[in-house]
Design a protein around this ligand. Sequence first.
Ligand code: NAD
Length: 418
Amino acid sequence: MEVYDHPTFHMACQQFDLVADHLEMPESERPRLKYPKRAMIVSLPIHCEDGSTKVYSGFRVQHHLTLGPTKGGLRFHPEVTLGEVAALAMWMSWKCALTGLPYGGAKGGIACDPHRMVPSEVERLTRRYTQEMIPFIGPQVDIMAPDMGTDEQVMAWIMDSYSMHAGYSVPSIVTGKPLSLGGSLGRREATGRGVAHLAARAADTIGLDLKNATVAVQGYGNVGAVSAQTLESFGAKIIAVSDVSGGIFNAKGLDLKKLSEHVAKNRAVTGFSEAEPISNEQVLLTPCDVLVPAAMERQITEKNAAKIQCRILAEGANGPTTPEADAILSQREEIFILPDILCNAGGVVVSYFEWVQDLQSFFWSETEIMQKLYHILDEAYDRVLRNSRKQKISMRTAALCVGIQRVREAKAIRGLFP
Ligand code: NAD
């Protein structure tokens, strides 16, 4: 599968192989489970505001179709590649299976920098991408959602472009939409609230009091900011955060309300007057109780894993820790890891709720949604912790085992087609 050649794809395959070895899975069974079912690359020409025409590359990977439609985010980032998207699609498969959702994993992306484009260009690019993807997507085929660089507005444009093609409104084509278009209460906050909820479960497990516990967050975007705000509401003190512009630190705790105002105005955490500037790397190495990487893949590597100083590593981002770093962290029993496919699953769970509500045209209250979300996350957490202790394996291996086994069983029962 050279077409997916990328460090993040190799990382996802390495994780899969470790789990397959643990499950004593025959070699003959592995490629079918590991490699994506379908991949699309599209060329996206758009008219730019300066009168020029630019062509962007867009990708979508559907990892498996065994349990239902595929589900996964759409990322706008200059370094998006087919291989990265394939890795993210694979992780989505294990995440959906771990939480019992009737989906295979998918992911999409456009190699672009939305922060250097004007909104009308982002809109044209999004609509063009949707148009090119129409043969491959649908509410019963593949459903998109926000990821890095995309938001509710982008989802609204996708929904509108798809609906224009269908001739009627199809809200269930995307999740993470604005409420006014059939979005779900609680979706925007779901991933970050899930991260904080599971960090609280982990704190209980290791006997850590979250009141006055210290927290550092890499990536103060949707997931990072909501995780920080929710952990603050549990009594924790957020002492360091970063985004692509750099990091900030305040040992007494950052005032998140003031920080939000600063970010809304300046679109960056740097320059916040009530904190001292630090580097992005320093945020990861800040001594703290809870460290939340919520930006990109491959941030915790063999170079910095030995230097991380936290009690709980709550992986808000997908794939923030490389297998080499994992090997180092596994020797450090003082660190409790909440692996990505468990820790950030809140987003896809509420996306599933949004899809169900759209299909039924019947909407639930936020209280009902949050109760259902925490119930699913608690069950997944309990199961992973139980397996990890019983089989003496890491929380990551235990989480991946549950996800991979569920897909494996479904494939064995169905046959070769999906
Ligand atoms: P976002 O675009 O809202 O935020 C990303 C943040 O990371 C931004 O603040 C950006 O400036 C920062 N960032 C980017 N590169 C960085 C770097 N090198 N160092 C430090 N900060 C950097 O995206 P998001 O939706 O919050 O997603 C963040 C991560 O969470 C991604 O890995 C995504 O796949 C994962 N995730 C998101 C969701 C969701 O519901 N949005 C669900 C599950 C997982």
